[in-house]
Write a protein that binds this ligand. Structure first.
Ligand SMILES: CC(C)(COP(=O)(O)OP(=O)(O)OC[C@H]1O[C@@H](n2cnc3c(N)ncnc32)[C@H](O)[C@@H]1OP(=O)(O)O)[C@@H](O)C(=O)NCCC(=O)NCCS
Length: 222
């Protein structure tokens, strides 16, 4: 199966929203933040699409898609959103921050954003500053998983990181963790997302991959 990676454009917005809405129910943070998504799927779709639209316009953010041939046409099947920290970037932006949605639990969305912001700062930004490439979002449509699309997206970032001699960082979901472990990322630790007084909580990993120098030695300058 041939996989083609390219930069996403505004013409991909429907496909980006479709891939995300199909893939992310497998990540516990999705049901945690959007517990009424089955009642209001249009709100989830609309807000997800709006989020990708704003990220396409965000400085220092690169969105890639992978396409494959489906009935003679190239169909987007996987997406990745990268923060190129060595470029001028905006701050962490929640992808689903529209106020009039009915699918979401806003307290949990805030708890999630706050915890991710804090973890990104503690695990990565305080250590690597802008000398990192951060994988913000990765998703492969469930119909196309386990065909190498996630790996191809990661390799794009790892190649760019190698060119700049800097690490790739990611806050990982359980499934993402399987992929990053396969790609030999190192786990730095885990952090919790929880609203005070609630039992429900999430555990999210912080992972990093350092580049190898030309002799194959793992570089750990930091
Ligand atoms: C994580 C995700 C992007 C992986 O995408 P993918 O295109 O299936 O990844 P790949 O095909 O490149 O997987 C490469 C390797 O990673 C590991 N891996 C990937 N998915 C796995 C899974 N569900 N279970 C166990 N190992 C897995 C395997 O070692 C796999 O190699 P193999 O298929 O030869 O066994 C996809 O499962 C997904 O979209 N999940 C939901 C959203 C999500 O959690 N995103 C990550 C946010 S950090």
């Amino acid at each position: 199966m041939e996989l083609i990676l390219r930069t996403a454009t505004a013409a991909d917005l429907d496909d980006l929203a479709n891939i995300a809405c199909a893939a992310f129910p497998a990540d516990p943070q999705w049901d945690y933040r959007f517990p009424r998504r089955k009642e209001f799927p249009d709100d989830t779709y609309r807000c997800t699409r709006e989020g990708y639209k704003s990220m396409l316009e965000e400085d220092g953010v690169a969105i890639n898609v992978i396409t494959t041939d489906v009935h003679g046409a190239q169909q987007p099947i996987a997406l990745a959103v990268w923060e190129l920290m060595f470029e001028e970037t905006s701050n962490f932006l929640d992808i689903a921050n529209c106020d009039d949605r009915r699918d979401a639990d806003f307290k949990r969305m805030k708890a999630f954003d706050d915890a991710c912001f804090k973890a990104k700062k503690t695990f990565f930004d305080d250590v690597y500053g802008d000398q990192q490439i951060h994988l913000r979002i990765l998703a492969t449509h469930p119909d196309w998983q386990r065909h190498g699309a996630g790996t191809k997206h990661c390799n794009w970032g790892l190649d760019l990181a190698y060119d700049h001699r800097i690490p790739v960082t990611v806050l990982s979901s359980p499934l993402g963790g399987q992929l990053y472990t396969y790609l030999k990322f190192e786990t730095l630790g885990f952090f919790k997302v929880q609203v005070e007084g609630e039992e429900e909580k999430l555990s999210i990993g912080a992972m990093v991959k350092h580049y190898k120098d030309d002799d194959g030695e793992l570089e750990k300058r930091f």
